[in-house]
Design a protein around this ligand. Structure first.
Ligand code: FMN
Length: 271
């Protein structure tokens, strides 16, 4: 097997269809894996800035550009953030931590300066829009960093204590750090493989959403995902069991079920 078929095989653990397009960008995208072990080396010059230029190059709802990012390199601050994110050690060891911020505050300040109101910011739609824009921007930065041989891992744990994170990073009202990103050179001694994903039978629907073959397709995916677990020396586990357990109880939200009240405290008074 050669070319893009090998990348497809690693991603899905099934044979690639014939005649797949193939180029360097596609190979990079299909090679993504999270990195949780980093060398202490700093990023090369310009890496942060070109990563953010990639983020800034994404599409943005109504051109509102409603996201910001706080780059944290200071070791003491990274240590504090690691503690706030459930003591995830990679947050402390990666030389760069990016806090991606849903930023309705800048739009509010612009509206205030213009002398108009800003009632459109007080609806869940505004928050949803900004969250989407923030995630889309962050992912372009991930791809840019990966193209430079850097590794990354998103940190949803940044939402464990959003008030404390806001204070630590000096975030103004109507802003919230929704996800973090560790960035650095992967430690070659401690890397994981490509984690297999759900087959396209499950996620890709043609013309109408179809669930008829879902259970069977997920059953065979469970076996492939379990094989990955075992290769990595992790407990044998069906993916379905893991996700079913995760969604079974509010406990699965890791204490983040209070996000609505937290957002109110941070100035988002969402209707
Ligand atoms: C929004 C988001 C939040 C995440 N939060 C964490 C996190 O807090 N800690 C962590 O180690 N990985 C985190 N991850 C990484 C996922 O666990 C990882 O992407 C998933 O297991 C698939 O593995 P892969 O990225 O290696 O393919 C997060 C990923 C996303 C997209």
């Amino acid at each position: 097997m050669s070319g893009i078929s090998a990348f497809w095989q690693s991603r899905y653990r099934t044979d690639a269809p014939a005649d797949m397009p193939d180029n360097e960008t596609l190979r990079l995208l299909l090679s993504h894996h999270s990195v949780r072990a980093y060398l202490p080396d700093p990023l090369p010059p310009g890496a942060l800035e070109i990563g953010i230029a990639a983020a800034s190059s994404v599409a943005t709802s109504s051109n509102l550009q409603s996201w910001s990012v706080v780059a944290v390199e200071d070791a003491e601050t990274r240590k504090k953030i690691a503690a706030l994110c459930g003591n995830q050690k990679h947050v402390q060891t990666a030389p760069l931590f990016l806090a991606w911020v849903v930023d309705l505050g800048r739009l509010e300040r612009i509206a205030d300066r213009s002398g108009f109101g800003h009632e459109a910011l007080e609806y869940q739609e505004a928050f949803l829009m900004s969250s989407l824009d923030t995630g889309i921007a962050a992912q372009n930065a991930v791809t840019a960093f990966e193209s430079l041989g850097l590794g990354t891992v998103y940190i949803g744990g940044l939402r464990n204590h959003p008030d404390d994170v806001a204070e630590l990073l000096g975030l103004p009202p109507k802003t919230v750090a929704v996800v973090g990103l560790c960035v650095g050179y992967p430690d070659p001694e401690h890397q994981t493989g490509i984690k297999p994903r759900l087959p396209q039978d499950v996620v890709l629907h043609h013309e109408r959403y179809e669930t008829a073959r879902e259970a069977e397709a997920i059953g065979s995916y469970d076996q492939r995902a379990d094989a990955y677990q075992q290769e990595q020396g992790l407990p044998s586990r069906a993916w379905s069991d893991t996700v079913a357990e995760r969604v079974a109880r509010v406990k699965g939200l890791g204490g983040r079920h209070v996000i609505h009240d937290v957002l109110n405290r941070l100035g988002f008074l969402l209707k």
